[in-house]
Write a protein that binds this ligand. Structure first.
Ligand code: 13P
Length: 260
């Protein structure tokens, strides 16, 4: 089993002092760990430099990530931030296609694909989110919805690009609701996503691709979720805003990685 990855998505939370405090607390709590689990912090963009400064220190326990990037290269795009700028800031990971961006900001699969390509051209790892709504699950459409999201994004990449992408399955009904997918539901969908990747890119790529679960993953349920065969880690929202909880989730990753 490969080492787990735990990514904290802070969304639009924390003032500057709180952001600094959270980074310091997480750093202190992880001091002395010889972590196998990879940890990524994705703060709001204005605090990215706080995270990259820490991430660049020797022995830092986490990598720097962000939550969004422009689909365009550079130029007259007021308010946007390019992948090249993120790379200049030493950002290593970027979330794309989060359901909140799809819902509130009209991010389509075509836009998600463009963003991934901009990121890959600048050596930043895209974390491509997919997942179905409650209505879609109730209508038994969850597999076809996720398959379409994967086909319209990942299937458009070359194998060389695909090697550098991560996937996060986040059922919309589980995000911020406290209603986590059961470990069985998470496993079932992640195994399905892996099989969809396998069809296009082959077994080795499918096995090596990091596929994470997100949606009300917390200190209590992380161990059980991470113990599922196809769950390579978690994309954590609310619970990543509290150092204690976030570190417990990382510890769950460590436990599973070291037990295998
Ligand atoms: P919660 O962990 O708050 O449910 O959020 C999940 C998420 O959207 C992470 O990207």
């Amino acid at each position: 089993m490969k080492p787990k990855i735990v990514i904290g998505n802070w969304k639009m939370n924390k003032n500057f002092d709180e952001a600094e405090e959270l980074i310091t607390e997480i750093t202190e709590k992880l001091e002395g760990y010889n972590l196998e689990t990879e940890v990524v912090l994705c703060p709001p963009l204005v605090y990215a430099e706080l995270v990259t400064d820490h991430a660049n220190e020797e022995g830092a326990p986490f990598y720097a990530g962000v939550q969004n990037v422009s689909e365009y290269e550079n130029g007259a795009y007021t308010g946007e931030v390019s992948a090249e700028m993120l790379a200049n800031m030493d950002v290593s990971f970027c979330i794309v296609g989060h359901s909140e961006r799809r819902k509130y900001f009209g991010e389509t699969n075509a836009i998600v694909l463009k963003k991934m390509q901009r990121l890959l051209a600048n050596d930043i790892v895209p974390v491509m989110c997919c997942g179905e709504s409650l209505e879609e699950r109730k209508a038994n459409q969850h597999f076809s919805v996720v398959q379409k999201q994967v086909e319209e994004t990942l299937y458009q990449l070359t194998p060389d690009q695909m090697e550098r992408v991560m996937v996060a399955y986040e059922p919309i009904w589980a995000i911020g609701t406290g209603e986590t997918a059961t470990p069985e539901q998470a496993q079932e969908m992640l195994a399905f996503i892996r099989s969809v990747i396998e069809k296009k890119f082959g077994t080795e790529m499918a096995v090596n691709t990091y596929i994470l679960y997100g949606g009300s993953c917390n200190a209590k349920n992380a161990l059980e979720l991470f113990s599922q065969q196809d769950v390579d880690g978690g994309l954590i929202g609310g619970a990543s805003l509290k150092a204690d909880d976030f570190v417990k989730i990382i510890e769950a990753g460590e436990t599973v990685t070291k037990d295998n």
